[in-house]
Design a binder for this molecule. Structure first.
Ligand code: NDP
Length: 247
């Protein structure tokens, strides 16, 4: 089975990479289940997909709440009869130097970018084990494969989910459960993400950088589509996605 008819849960589907991926996957015949906190945005995207002839549904979801992520996966099963893929994409990036001690934001990043992914994994794992198959795609970042000054905690969450995806792949191979994992490492993508930065100097620097090199979330959506489109015995794992302008 390729993208067509797959049931795909997407977190962080209300903007940016999640929105672009939902629209592309739905246009290729997937049944997409959209989760994020901004319900009105989800409703608009759900409507756009349906106007385009696609299949979608949505649920207001905060990924820091395990019961809400579970409800999103349960919606996939009740509405579309099963779950094939979860795309753990929700994230925030309130980056700042460690010395600035934005401790509240450190914890928010850990809760959303790391624990949010764990909540997604936990919500699908029982079904994936039972059905001996399923795919977990997670948006890490280039900050999950190399260190950037000013992105210490953000990078820590993104390194962590990279490790998590690889370990799930290894354990699945050992346990014979055929669970596939893919980590995405996008570089500068023009989305609403920079709006989560509160540290003025970091924000100005990032905005200037993104203006120079940033590119469209559609590029990441095409990579998600490629990963999901692989046959069940092919596990494509790691994708860096750089704009050609970014060094
Ligand atoms: P956006 O800000 O456009 O999208 C982030 C998404 O995450 C939104 O849909 C937002 O929805 C959702 N989100 C945030 N917090 C929560 C939460 N607690 N519960 C549920 N959903 C939440 O930015 P991007 O599209 O760029 O970000 C998507 C992913 O890509 C993130 O994980 C980010 O770290 C990663 N990334 C982005 C890069 C970039 O340059 N843009 C580069 C590398 C990685 P809502 O606010 O409605 O809840």
């Amino acid at each position: 089975m390729t993208v067509k008819n797959k049931v795909i849960v997407i977190t962080g589907a209300s903007s940016g990479i999640g929105e672009a991926s939902a629209k592309l996957l739905a246009s290729n015949g997937a049944k997409v289940v959209l989760g994020a906190r901004r319900e009105s945005r989800l409703q608009e995207i759900d409507n756009d997909i349906k106007l385009d002839g696609g299949q979608a549904t949505y649920l207001k979801t905060d990924v820091t709440k395990p019961e809400e992520v579970q409800a999103l996966v349960d919606l996939a099963k009740s509405e579309f009869g099963g779950i094939d893929v979860i795309f753990n994409n929700a994230g925030i990036m309130p980056s700042s130097p460690i010395s600035a001690l934005h401790i509240k934001e450190w914890n928010q990043m850990i809760d959303i970018n790391l624990k949010g992914v764990l909540n997604g994994v936990a919500a699908v794992m029982p079904d994936f084990v039972t059905q001996k198959g399923g795919q977990i795609v997670t948006t890490s970042s280039v900050a999950g494969i190399k260190s950037f000054a000013g992105a210490g905690v953000y990078g820590a969450t993104k390194f962590a989910v990279r490790n998590l995806m690889e370990v799930i792949r290894m354990e699945s191979a050992q346990e014979g459960t055929n669970i596939r994992t893919a980590s995405l490492y996008p570089a500068a993508i023009n989305t609403e993400l920079l709006g989560t930065i509160t540290d003025d100097a970091t924000k100005t620097g990032m905005e200037d950088f993104y203006k120079q090199v940033g590119f469209t979330p559609d590029a990441v959506a095409r990579v998600v589509n490629f990963a999901v489109n692989q046959p069940a015995d092919v596990n494509v794992n790691e994708f860096t996605i750089y704009p050609t302008k970014q060094a």
